[in-house]
Write a protein that binds this ligand. Structure first.
Ligand SMILES: O=C(O)CCC(=O)C(=O)O
Ligand SMILES: [Fe+2]
Length: 261
């Protein structure tokens, strides 16, 4: 197994392994690397849907996704840009923060990839938290925020009133490493529970901008056969749609996480 860093703020590329056949010791090492680097890339994998599901299952229980499930594979969805002007994931977010128990990790496998562009951007939220001042850390440590899927419901033409909502700490603690991350995102975070909507606005704007400073970011350029997993407890991500109609087809699944604390 050969591990090289992907970018200064986050990510590692793991070569020389076939994720279909890992003994428990190697898997444990992979999980350790995952918690340390936040994003792992496994190039040149050769996976059928069941192989991806089986590997993801080693991290925990899969969360089915209500839309776009593949026939025969309710836990796997297909992300495709065919016939779409924009990507629904073209915004900074951590996955499903509007749920009580958001997925701890999301795993994508590329079946088709554009020659150039169509990257996924990531931002390290442990760094974002660590680089806040002592005074600001004290403020965010005391706050909880309301997250909601209203924006997504609007996008999918669904009932916004019925969209799922949840309340989470603004600085969450990683259940495996004990490290703290900033846990807000422009896509889903609406306001602080302890503050009025008006009061929340300015600080949230500051945190949204701070959380995705270029110094915290790394990007992945997709190649066919890439398997990529990211840690929703400690990174934000953004699907960069700059590849026009060049085909990009990805299989996606997600693994259940803890209720953030
Ligand atoms: O397509 C991508 O690059 C990322 C999509 C995304 O946000 C997700 O799968 O959660
Ligand atoms: Fe996402």
């Amino acid at each position: 197994m050969e591990v090289t860093r992907m970018s200064a703020p986050l990510g590692a590329v793991v070569e020389g392994v076939d994720v279909r056949s890992l003994d428990d010791g190697v898997f444990e090492e992979i999980n350790r690397l995952f918690c340390e680097h936040h994003v792992l890339v496994f190039p040149k994998q050769n996976l059928r849907p069941n192989d991806q599901i089986k590997f993801a299952n080693r991290f925990g229980e899969l969360i089915p996704f209500p839309y776009m499930a593949l026939q025969d594979y309710p836990n796997l969805i297909e992300l495709s840009n065919k016939g779409k002007a924009r990507d629904v994931n073209q915004h900074w977010h951590s996955d499903m923060t509007y749920h009580e128990q958001p997925p701890k990790l999301t795993m994508l496998y590329a079946l088709e990839a554009p020659e150039i562009g169509g990257e996924t951007a990531f931002a390290n939220q442990e760094l974002a938290y660590a680089e806040l001042s002592v005074g600001m850390k004290k403020v965010v440590d005391e706050l909880t925020a309301h997250h909601s899927a209203e924006g997504l419901a609007k996008l999918y033409g669904e009932d916004q009133q019925a969209a799922p909502r949840s309340l989470h700490p603004v600085a969450r603690t990683h259940d495996e490493t004990g490290r703290k991350s900033l846990y807000v995102c422009r896509a889903f975070t609406r306001r602080f529970d302890e503050w009025s909507r008006e009061e929340s606005k300015a600080l949230l704007e500051y945190l949204f901008a701070h959380s995705v400073r270029p110094e915290y970011q790394g990007r992945h350029q997709w190649r066919v056969g890439d398997l990529v997993l990211w840690d929703n407890r400690s990174v934000l991500h953004y699907a960069v749609h700059d590849h026009g109609d060049d085909t990009r087809v990805i299989h996606r699944c997600q693994v259940m996480g803890n209720a953030p604390y």
